[in-house]
Design a protein around this ligand. Structure first.
Ligand code: PRP
Length: 209
């Protein structure tokens, strides 16, 4: 049995569709229930829906053999997992943004609000810029508006949230997309099954052109 942690939400539904196309269907998953675990014994597959930011925890600890999570989570938490495939979906970028009239003249410690503390620290360390990190858990865009921070480090997908809050991107840190990841010992002991899944998924990855 291969245990798959899927991120709850639109991305997870698209990823499930890829598994389904690959022959690992589990029709009950499409019923509108509050169930979180679904299995197809015949196909040897079990899916569970978890919070997107928790996928790598399930995979790292072996509760799931494989899963799908954003590169942002892999960069932020460095879980001890294998990154098997870039699914080229769920694409966005990690960026620095601030108020339109904010200019960092470097004269004082920069106040940075973010959910992604490690990514932000690494980014500014590479520029030898002193920062004061303010860890938030959501609605990060409010921080510079209320003067809680000078800038934010956050995910930008369409740019709508920034635009509607009069903020602009000042730097792109890294492009982000969804990745298929595997638990290390699962990959060792279930190599054949996992590689078969990777191949079926790779065949469905859409290229940009
Ligand atoms: C993310 C991110 C931005 C928004 C960007 O928030 O933190 O707020 O999406 O998307 P956009 O560029 O398409 O507007 P999320 O919806 O995950 O909620 P959060 O505020 O709890 O982080």
């Amino acid at each position: 049995m291969i245990n798959v942690a899927l991120p709850k939400g639109r991305l997870g539904e698209k990823v499930y569709a890829m598994f389904e196309n690959a022959g690992y269907e589990c029709p009950a998953i499409k019923e509108n229930t509050r169930k979180l675990i679904f299995e197809n014994k015949e196909k040897g597959i079990r899916y569970f829906w978890v919070k997107p930011s928790d996928v790598s925890i399930y995979v790292e600890r072996g509760a799931a053999d494989i899963g799908v999570c954003g590169k942002d989570i892999l960069l932020e938490y460095s879980p001890d997992v294998y990154e098997l495939l870039d699914l080229n979906m769920g694409k966005c970028r990690m960026a620095v943004a601030g108020k339109k009239d904010f200019y960092d003249d470097g004269s004082r410690t920069l106040k940075v609000a973010t959910k992604f503390v490690n990514i932000a620290k690494k980014h500014y360390a590479s520029k030898c810029r002193d920062i004061d990190i303010i860890k938030l858990n959501g609605s990060i865009e409010i921080a510079p508006i209320l003067g809680l921070s000078d800038v934010i480090v956050d995910i930008v997908e369409t740019g709508t949230t920034l635009k509607e809050n009069d903020l602009v991107v000042t730097e792109t840190i890294v492009p982000i997309s969804a990745r298929l990841i595997s638990n290390k010992s699962s990959f060792k002991f279930k190599t054949e099954e996992i590689e078969k899944i990777v191949k079926c998924m790779r065949d469905q990855v859409k290229t940009d052109d």
